[in-house]
Design a protein around this ligand. Sequence first.
Ligand SMILES: [Zn+2]
Length: 623
Amino acid sequence: MVSPQQFPDFYFLQGSQQQTLDFTQHIDCVLITHFHLDHCGALTYFTEGVGYNGPVLATPPTKAIIPLMLEDFRKVSATQQRQSQNNQQNNNNSGGGETAFTSEMIKNCISKIQTIQLHETLTIKDDIKVTAYYAGHVLGACMFYVECNGESVVYTGDYNMTADRHLGSAWIDKLKPDLVITETTYATTIRDSKRAREREFLKQVHETLDNGGKVLIPVFALGRAQELCVLLETYWNRTNLQYPIYFTGGLTEKANFYYKLFINWTNEKIKRSFTKNQNIFQFQHVKTLDTASIKSDQPMVCFASPGMLHGGYSLAIFKDWAGSEKNTLIIPGYCMPGTVGNKLLSGEKRIMIDGKEVDVKIKIYNMSFSAHADSKGIMELLTHLEAKNVMLVHGEKEKMRVLSQQIKDQLGVNCYCPANHAQLKIYTDPKIEILIGAHIINLMNQIYAKSLLNFYRPNSTMYLSNCLISVDNRTEIDTNIEICKPLMISSHESQNSQIIDFASQQKQEHQFKVDQTLDQYEQVDMVLNWSQPISESIQDITLFEGRLTDAILNSILEQKKLAFGLKNLIFMDEELKEATQLAQVIQDQYLQLDHDNRTVRLSFGSLETDIGYWLKDILDSLN
Ligand SMILES: [Zn+2]
């Protein structure tokens, strides 16, 4: 049965099971990328079961097809439950027919979905902007780009970087997001060329049929099914084969209906055939399977759902056909551990189905037709997007680890593979457009020059208006003003985000206009504020202030050690005095303690995010 235990534990979203449920308060928006159950299966439970009431976004095809999937899911679950009850010999189990959601709940849930078109940007709660992009994969699948307060994330959902026989390839703007969350189903696979895979598939099918066997292909009702039907239909037409091809369940007609309805989401070839009035999804050779045909001895091809052989038609047919070595099973997609499909692919030859042991003699092939990006595709997308941080999800741990290393090595960006329930903190450069005044630059230079600190490490990047500047490790710090002046002018002219690696030797190579004076950039409003109450446990605020100075001093000395690359450094009196002064200057400049209101406020410029986050960490450790 569909028990709540099968769904994600949403309580983690609000941090605690102790509080009353209020997901609407904790979540601004739910984004559904496509209709596959591992992406939308818990939606009804979330809106109708635990009461999330905020916005839910999906594309029109996804909104249209999700109810079919959820209804199918509900029915298969109910069947499974009946079976398990029969197995328990109806031992007084009173929960008959109980599922986590009903058809009525599915209907209510779907009515809450708001649709978003490709390339459309919707604004949620005033400051969250969501844009959808084409993802390939299955009909209606999209990626989401989310922007909020200058920070941005791309969530890929499942995607495909190469077009297939019925869908196009994923397409997205070069968005340079702070974070890309990408699926990694085929994290380390580079799939053999598509044509070779198709030839191999057709060869196995044809051979089995000519030898008098039957071919079972477990598929999701929508998606790969259509892809492979197109492939077989074309082959049957070309070779004039007469063997029947069957497709189980009433979903065929519905699936085809939706493909026709959303023909714009398919690839160019399908669209063209449709405009010529020869809808390619109206198959000549593919027919709906009747129960008599399953038992018949004639060779045939049968597509049956579900794809991982975890119940329904595909498992029932497998049970019938598994005992003959003349027959062939082709698993075209991924199978989750625990499913019969997964067991077969791991080579198990005796499988328990409904309490009976089945001897597996059928030939088994796993041919990956599943439309996910392979490692080449994932790298291609990340390179194109120019992601600053990457998070890997939807994959197997070991493969993700390998890909993660590859991403770090080849793209030079942070890459994370957080476990379920893990919290991940990613620092971003706040992208607030500012004009920088000379006094800020002076102040920065003073700090840098005096301390040999690590605040601005060699080649660290700073955000200057629209221009990212990388400063080399220089000692003639005063000339920094000279550097920034022309660069600002240049970036204002170009209006492009660009990274300039600025080394002193390169200075002559840039063509700067110098007729604008620095005065233009004097009005500076660069302050990022952050404040928090001082912990109740701290009684004496003056004492706290002292501890703060000490902590800053210690951290400065620590930084100095790092700057010299030493484990231990004995500080001379003079150095210690200088560092103490610096600690005081920094404290006065960036931190304000409000004794009356018991708050501490941290203010720092966009240029000074390294200092800001450094101080914030110190404060966090004290408070
Ligand atoms: Zn999917």
